[in-house]
Design a protein. Structure first.
Length: 215
């Protein structure tokens, strides 16, 4: 399997405190990689680096065989992340899911939005025109996931996406996330305290302790 991400000699510090130290870390293209570890172990820091939202103090990040020094818009368009707290625009469900497509000047936006909502278990007839404040926590998280899936990302990063959600929403998010690997070859990196799910879906699971990979 060809490496899509490769990190070498990564070190990150916050206020002088080392939070991440990785000699080597890689993610194969089309793989599902799980990240486990206690709070504060460095998982979210690593995810921000993989999403090109944060650069390390030292070390190198390679993506698709090329070193990334100053990530450009094209890279950020290939990689998207869903976190525990969904961020929705103060608009309708349809406007939220369509936003990224409209920014890119894509066609067939309405149909693609409907398909994406169906993928996360939301009936377009019931949800398209619903406002952001009318959604439950689980529904909001599924809308946030739909807004990412509609972009057909090359990489989907999931940072505790189902924490505090009800069982139905959790299962729908799990199923929709994994299906994009099967249907589109999307690479996934998943942070979750749901170890049973990680073990079920991941090709490889890495455990982080104190910012380092545990043996």
């Amino acid at each position: 399997m060809t490496d899509l991400f490769r990190l070498e000699n990564i070190c990150q510090r916050y206020n002088g405190r080392q939070v991440l130290s990785l000699d080597e870390f890689s993610v194969g293209e089309g793989a599902i990689v799980g990240l486990a570890g206690h709070n504060g172990s460095g998982k979210s820091t690593l995810m921000r680096m993989l999403s090109f939202l944060e650069s390390p103090d030292s070390g190198k990040i390679f993506y698709d065989g090329n070193e990334v020094r100053e990530p450009d818009l094209s890279l950020r368009r290939e990689v998207t992340m869903l976190t525990q707290e969904p961020y929705l625009l103060k608009r309708s469900v349809e406007a939220n899911v369509a936003y990224g497509l409209e920014l890119r000047g894509e066609n067939n936006v309405h149909d693609r939005v409907c398909d994406s909502l169906i993928q996360v278990g939301l009936d377009p007839d019931k949800f398209l025109h619903r406002n952001w404040f009318e959604l439950s926590g689980g529904e909001a998280q599924r809308v946030a996931l739909a807004a990412r899936l509609v972009l057909n990302p090359r990489v989907l990063l999931l940072d505790e996406p189902t924490a505090s959600l009800d069982f139905e929403s959790t299962q729908l998010i799990h199923d929709a996330s994994v299906s994009v690997r099967e249907e589109q070859g999307t690479t996934l990196v998943i942070v979750s305290h749901d170890h049973l799910w990680l073990e079920e879906v991941s090709d490889t699971i890495y455990r982080l302790e104190n910012g380092q990979l545990a043996g």
